[in-house]
Design a protein. Sequence first.
Length: 308
Amino acid sequence: MYSVKPLPNFLVIGAARAGTTALYNFLVQHPQIFMPQLKEPGFLMLEGTNLDNPYSNRDYSITDLNTYQGLFADAQSTHTAIGEATTGYLTSAEVIPRIQKYMPDAKLIVLLRNPIDRAYSEWELLFRAGRETLSFAEVIAQEPKAPQSDLPWNPDERKYLRKGLYHAHLTRFYDNFDAEQISIHLYDDWRKKQLEVLGNIYAFLGVDPAFTPDTNVEHNVGGVPKNQMLYNLIFGNKTLKQVAKRVIPTKQIKQVRGLFLDRSKEELTAEIRSQLTEYYHADVTALGALLNRDLSGWLTPTPQGSAR
């Protein structure tokens, strides 16, 4: 046990719907890594915020330093890497000065997914949870299209598209931190060679890269409810969810949830993909140059893999 409450020395900062939940679950399995049970505490973007909006569904978020430090109170001296994962950090400029204040040497981990598939996946997640009522075509038509690299926390604002302007968001971090502090990985690689990418992330954190976690459970699988009312009744009820988590193994919960999801429903049409390809073209091109990676597959008018 540490003599004082430690603060993180690494952060998973995004992107949302790009494999961060799976990464979090694999990181917490490593014996040299400590992460709190609470994923997405959000402190570095929500410090001092009044969370009085019930729609936000963020009543579990942390807004004060003392509570935030308490998340890491159980870290042991054997935990050489201490971290947390909040995907909103990538798109919020407010986190930069707070990282510099509280943990200036923290290592930053980023997973990036084709921004079109990422936007669709986030819409799908919120739609099936009942927090989004519009179709994917309707939400992208309503969202402002002007590039915006800073997306302050606002639960009532749709940001499906602007969250995917990765180059704009990442430039902020490269301007304020050493490049050696930042480790960026592509969702495409994560899906094809997960253990290899995970080993590289372990090495980046300075822990044993040879550790192999249990990767059998698929996390946050996409899909829309076959029966929205029944799905919300079972999986939208916080009390039922808490009881289920105590008595049913996580793997079985995910299998049951899958029975209620219709993965055949597809609203990411060729027309929409073509429209969004044009929207993201400049940012993806700049991102490819920044990462020295060929991202041309993200800019084709036909799907490159599943949108899930």
